[in-house]
Design a protein around this ligand. Sequence first.
Ligand code: SF4
Ligand code: SF4
Length: 260
Amino acid sequence: MSRVQLPSPAPFILAAFIRLETVSNMRIDDRANSLAIDAGCDFYGIADLSSAQQTVADQGGLLVQGYPYAISVGIAMPGSIVDQLPNRSNPAVAVAYRHHSYHVINQRLDLLTSRIAGLLQKEEYKALPVSASERYDNERICAVFSHKLAAHLAGLGWIGKSCLLITPQAGPRVRWASVLTDAPLQSTGQPLPEKCGSCSECVDICPADAFTGQPFHEDEPRSVRYDARKCEEYHVEADGATGFRVCGLCVYVCPYGRRV
Ligand code: SF4
Ligand code: SF4
């Protein structure tokens, strides 16, 4: 019986070794970016948090304070679903929006930030993945860390009159997550100047009258522009009336998202 001649493993092991060497020699920024690209991420940036240390500490306290950088990642919501939000009393629209624009994208983001944090930790840096959507303070109605702040400081967009992060490419139709870290990363940009101009479509469409129409100013608290309690109450009412806590009209209406 003839014997199958197996190729020597040496060239394969060498190739794998060279690849591993190449990967580990890549800058940590590039490796994190590469993970984000592989995960189908639409937005990626690095924010220098030095100018926002107090804001971060005031919002989230011990867990999140003291990190010099945030890696910001974003995934665009499906436009075909967001476009249907004026018909959100239709259960098919409400369910599709909750499922695909929130649950599925949040899971994709959380998996990605967990992998990026793992990568940084392996390199002996501190890294904290912050969930895509996790309210931690019911009184102030806010998360432990503002993903919008990170994306803004990373140069990925501006804070609109809706208090959402508005990207030039997809408007506010993006969900965000972040990784806080002390790895020596390179900031990817400066905050973009506000480009809402005279537009007030989000202010006008809000059924809860939650926006004041004031443009964003970094020294002013969110309450100057937005009453989160009114938005919350509207969602509770919608839940009672239709069985779905869905609105999103401020996401739907922004012209920077609708033109995509
Ligand atoms: S989600 Fe709806 S109720 Fe809440 S702020 Fe946006 S438009 Fe207003
Ligand atoms: S709808 Fe208009 S005012 Fe509101 S965030 Fe978008 S561009 Fe700004």
